[in-house]
Design a protein. Structure first.
Lengths: 252, 252
DNA sequence: GGCTGTGAAATGGTTCACAGCG
DNA sequence: CGCTGTGAACCATTTCACAGCC
């Protein structure tokens, strides 16, 4: 899907240009690798073929190989990829080796879910601050972190060295939250609110709209059930079962 | 994604083939239109140009026109689109005119957030059932609906005529949740768990991985900050110059 | 032999630009 | 004249297929 909000995307020649779609999958590979490492800690060879990795991540093996080729040449022909090496290499590429501090604005159910989300740490993500406007929530502890007041975003973000912001407020507060984060120097924002949010050109904004995800399903569902019309004898002999949907994307 | 299998080309121009990316945006347009209708209920002309609509949805106007052209010809040249007509038409295309019943498995923070999500109804989505394994949660009421036990999915889904399932359980329970939903006859599933879920070929599975979204931001963030320290190579063409105006302007 | 790395082809999606209608 | 609808150009991504290395 794609709810894009124009992004500059400087075309300057940089070391290696990794396609947007590849970045999303690299994160999935990293996760699959971490899982594999745990499982095969006792036995196994310590390496995996592109086929195995692809299955574990839910993608096509050719896609995986091409994705990895953007990082460099880390596979061994005839054998596969060393799990440990590849984990480190992808982690490096994604910047997961160095922690990123995240500020979360809006500590409702969704915010709390995010604050308690496991597996951030292993990917270099650290929730550094929580904010809310509700006096009842300010001062409380969620996921081990004390909720601070919305008005202190600038101050706290500076103190906690936050570089990424997440907006999980109700819709009407989203723009204000974005503004506050931007003022605080945050240049990467993930928003869970529908609706347009305006940010300066140098700020990276991603959006995830839960209702849209469901509506896409509803669309397909409608199509499926509406198929009673013609007795076409092609019952979705679809080959693969795999399915990876990076969901909402921005960045054109 | 599979929606367009090789169709025998039926004579009538009934079901046009709508691209996946367009479907996602149609949902966004629908939302923008509903908002517009509310705002302009008192005054305004009752129609909007592709430019206005595009701005309200955060996309390019050419993209919007092309998207709408898949539905048919509903605009008026020299004028724009009638808001009410277009709303109805997009709603029809998306299947939002007829309600879809949704079952939600896993009523933790995330599940509760979804159950309380406003704006589902206006888009034809109705939460019909909530499930959890936790005895403490079963029997409780969330978002006006009583939480039922995981084991009764098949029974309750049939009773409530559920066609879409949402998985918001902890990771380890995800596959079991999917299996249960599939057994209950659900053929469209949205999962918020990372990791691979296997479903039969005729089941539509979408995934949203919160950690991946953040990791993508972290990647860009790493690039941004690395760019400042890397003042070599590029022949002084690197500054902060964003000549491209993003101009995500929201008008009228 | 098996598997990676990668050009090249195929597919899907976005943007341009303009003809044509209201 | 303004704005839609759309072919055509453009760009991104996926998939194929195979050469080359282990």
């Amino acid at each position: 899907m794609k709810i894009s909000q124009l992004e500059p995307d400087r075309g300057g020649a940089r070391p290696r240009d990794i396609p947007e779609a590849t970045v999303a999958r690299l994160a999935a590979y990293l996760r699959a690798l971490t899982l594999m490492a745990d499982l095969s800690a006792t036995a196994k060879s310590g390496s995996a073929s592109s086929e195995e990795l692809a299955a574990a991540a839910g993608v096509n093996s050719a896609t995986l190989r091409k994705d990895l080729s953007y990082l460099g040449t880390y596979g061994i022909r005839g054998v596969g990829y060393d799990i440990e090496l590849l984990t480190a290499e992808i982690g490096r590429a994604l910047g997961a080796h160095r922690p990123h501090r995240v500020a979360l604005v809006g500590v409702g159910n969704l915010g709390a879910a995010l604050a308690g989300y496991p597996g951030f740490l292993s990917r270099g993500l650290v929730i550094g601050a929580l904010f809310d406007v509700d006096p009842h929530r300010v001062g409380q502890t969620v996921g081990g972190i004390t909720v601070e007041h919305f008005d202190s975003i600038a101050h706290v973000c500076a103190r906690e060295d936050v570089s990424i912001g997440v907006i999980a407020t109700p819709e009407p507060a989203a723009q204000a939250a974005a503004d506050a984060l931007v003022s605080a120097g945050v240049r990467s924002i993930l928003a869970f609110t529908p609706g347009v949010i305006t940010v300066p050109a140098d700020v990276d904004l991603r959006k995830v709209d839960l209702a849209i995800e469901l509506q896409i399903l509803a669309f397909h569902e409608t199509r499926k059930t509406a198929e009673h019309s013609e007795s076409s004898l092609s019952p979705a002999a679809d080959g693969d079962t795999e399915n990876i949907s990076p969901a909402v994307a921005v960045s054109s």
